[in-house]
Design a binder for this molecule. Structure first.
Ligand code: SF4
Length: 317
């Protein structure tokens, strides 16, 4: 095992993404933020568009906890999976500093088993493994596992972790999965784990791919216009909770005009919106905003596309 750990260390030193900003800091908040942002988003996107502006706006856990949720959602705009931002905000409001203990971390809002392990090992150098998608794939291939349970994978991960250098080991495992042990085209010949890998002859058999069925949801979206301002409401349901958006109606209003379709792909479904515009005869209790004001609100990607469709439409008149 020692030799394998040495090979992993060497590979990481030569080929790993050692300069990523969350790998060169000891600040648990910065590391925790990166872990949450990276849960559903690629490194490039987080690095180029979100990580630094977020930290500039909320440089400490305390400042994040004291900020209004709307400001946090605005900085998260476009990253999607907004529950991540809400839980981050809740955690920041609940503790002055992050604990190093895995059980204490798991009790905080939105921190699951893997994030707790990642914060514990990356921020506090605890000798524990992590279990994100890249690591899971490597463990399955090392052990020829097609459909392993989480329990099995965690047991294997705990046996394999380098307890002397857990930080570098875990970062290396993520990079190995992202760079060498890729889903479709693993490069086993140059992999430091080749000698101990049981699945290297047919690596793409492991793990077995799940069939992914994506359904389509359809909505009628109503843009109510009064005095060149548009009506938006803050969503209170589970979907996109807390973000501002246009309401959907079962049946479009008679006096409304259809202006086009907008669609957006989420992980589990595709949303298809038929967009209608309605000139409100008077201002009701809804919130009406100018386009400039809307640009300052936290809105989802699909609502952003709806605004663009509306602007294109009025410009062609
Ligand atoms: S030897 Fe191949 S299948 Fe095994 S861990 Fe390395 S890249 Fe993945």
């Amino acid at each position: 095992m020692k030799q394998t750990h040495q090979l992993i260390q060497k590979w990481y030193k030569d080929h790993g993404r050692v300069d990523l900003p969350w790998r060169t800091t000891n600040d648990p908040y910065h590391i925790y933020l990166s872990e949450v942002m990276l849960q559903q988003t690629q490194v490039k996107t987080v690095l180029e568009r979100y990580y630094f502006p977020f930290l500039k706006k909320f440089p400490t856990l305390k400042k994040l906890g004291n900020a209004p949720l709307d400001d946090v959602l605005k900085m998260w705009e476009g990253l999607g999976y907004y529950n991540r931002a809400k839980n981050l905000h809740k955690t920041a409001g609940a503790v002055n500093e992050l604990p190093s203990d895995i059980d204490a971390l798991i009790k905080l809002p939105g921190i699951g088993k893997n994030t707790a392990h990642a914060v514990a090992t990356f921020a506090f150098k605890k000798p524990v493994p992590i279990m994100e998608a890249n690591v899971k794939r490597i463990l399955c291939r090392l052990n020829k596992l097609k459909t392993p349970t989480d329990k099995t994978l965690w047991e294997i991960a705990y046996n394999l972790v380098d307890k002397e250098n857990p930080f570098e080991y875990n970062q290396a495992m993520m990079d190995l999965g992202a760079i060498l042990c890729t889903p479709k085209d693993p490069r086993c010949k140059v992999c430091p784990l080749c000698d101990i890998c049981q699945g290297k002859d047919e690596p793409t058999l492991y793990p077995r791919k799940k069939k992914h069925v994506v359904s389509t949801r359809e909505q009628n979206i109503m843009i109510s216009v009064y005095n060149d301002k548009l009506s938006l409401t803050q969503r209170s349901g589970k979907f996109l909770h807390g973000l501002w958006g246009f309401p959907s109606l079962d049946v479009p209003l008679c006096a409304s005009e259809y202006i086009g379709d907008v669609s957006h792909a989420y992980t589990h479904f595709k949303l298809k919106c038929k967009v209608y515009v309605y000139n409100a005869p008077n201002k009701k209790e809804e919130h009406y905003f100018t386009i400039a004001q809307i640009q300052k609100l936290a809105i989802s990607k699909v609502d952003d596309k709806i605004v663009k469709l509306y602007l294109d439409t009025i410009q062609t008149y």
